[in-house]
Design a protein around this ligand. Sequence first.
Ligand code: FAD
Length: 370
Amino acid sequence: MPDFEYTIIGAGVVGLAIAAEVSGYSRHVVVLEKNLRYGLETSSRNSEVIHAGIYYPPGSLKARLCVEGRDLLYRICGERGISHKRCSKLITASNESELPQLESLYRNGRENGVRLQMLTKEEALALEPNIRTVGAIHSPDTGVISAHELMDYFAHCALEHGVTLQFRCEVTGIDAQPDGYRITIRENGVESSFTSEKIVNAAGLHSDEIARLAGIDIDKAGYRLWYAKGSYFAVTPAKANLVSRLLYPVPRNEGLGIHALRDWGGRLKFGPDVEYLEPKVLDYSVDPSKARAFAESIQRILPGITADDLTPDMSGIRPKLQKRGESPRDFVICHEKDRGLEGLVNLVGIDSPGLTASPAIARYVAGLLK
Ligand SMILES: Cc1cc2nc3c(=O)[nH]c(=O)nc-3n(C[C@H](O)[C@H](O)[C@H](O)COP(=O)(O)OP(=O)(O)OC[C@H]3O[C@@H](n4cnc5c(N)ncnc54)[C@H](O)[C@@H]3O)c2cc1C
């Protein structure tokens, strides 16, 4: 018999949510994490927005799991006292030429089952007097959450159900066997191995590498990841009250566009932009010289901001399945039985809205492996 029933690779919000879910009915679950603690990569370097589900193609995993995850998150936050705010959001058109796209976003969101209101210029200005707008979408179910507290909650649930959380433990090999897998790990420079019936690959930025370790040709499978950094700038406290909810532009190129974010503690910041990095380079530095470009971009929707109001804050890196300029891809969440890898689920390209979707992703993965 294998040593474990479930091995989950990666202790970000997704791996932890899955551990919490499957530990409800299995006593033999281990989570392997190469860092010192859980949540030190993308899960702690994001906007902490509970997305309503407006942007994603209807029927896609992103749309379905975002809407389901959003409702689950609000329920968990309410029951467990996790810091959050259902603060709502406006997507504002800054000139007439953006109105058709605003309307198409509205229709897309409605098709995904999202509660939305179309606002006239006057109605939008009544909510946010300092913005530039000719019309806006109001999303009352968008909010913000403490990602750390959410991860603490999932970790606590998992530990309470007897899950083993193993830190400083990097997966370096996966070999299929008749009744599961032999997994090789490196801890403090020493390699060892154990066996597991099932594997969930929730390794975030490195999930394509884990799929490759399992013997999958990641180029043929379309699993190769590209890194797209998103930087943030904090706004001087004197201007932190210019908006009272989240404020987004109509998206132009890649990403949702640099937006104004009030976190659950009330701090205002702008971001994230989209900057593709060289392959596999994890560069989290924030270039201070971007302040001017950020100010110009945000002035489209919030004219009272100048570059002098901004200071470099933090950045995060998105694991993208598409290269720069290519169309956005859906999450890959795949039970690889058709490749002869029964019991292995790969999660690849879990970029936004992965935080929002995390509890729904956990249920979906559990369903695939039951
Ligand atoms: C700039 C930015 C803004 C975002 N904003 C939002 C937002 O507002 N709302 C939203 O819903 N989503 C947002 N997202 C997306 C969200 O942050 C991610 O979808 C989510 O955090 C992904 O979680 P994860 O657990 O899959 O990955 P991660 O948090 O990256 O966790 C993966 C873990 O796997 C571990 N690991 C990797 N390889 C190995 C190995 N070989 N052995 C052991 N462990 C390994 C890593 O150390 C890491 O801890 C944003 C992302 C970015 C970058």
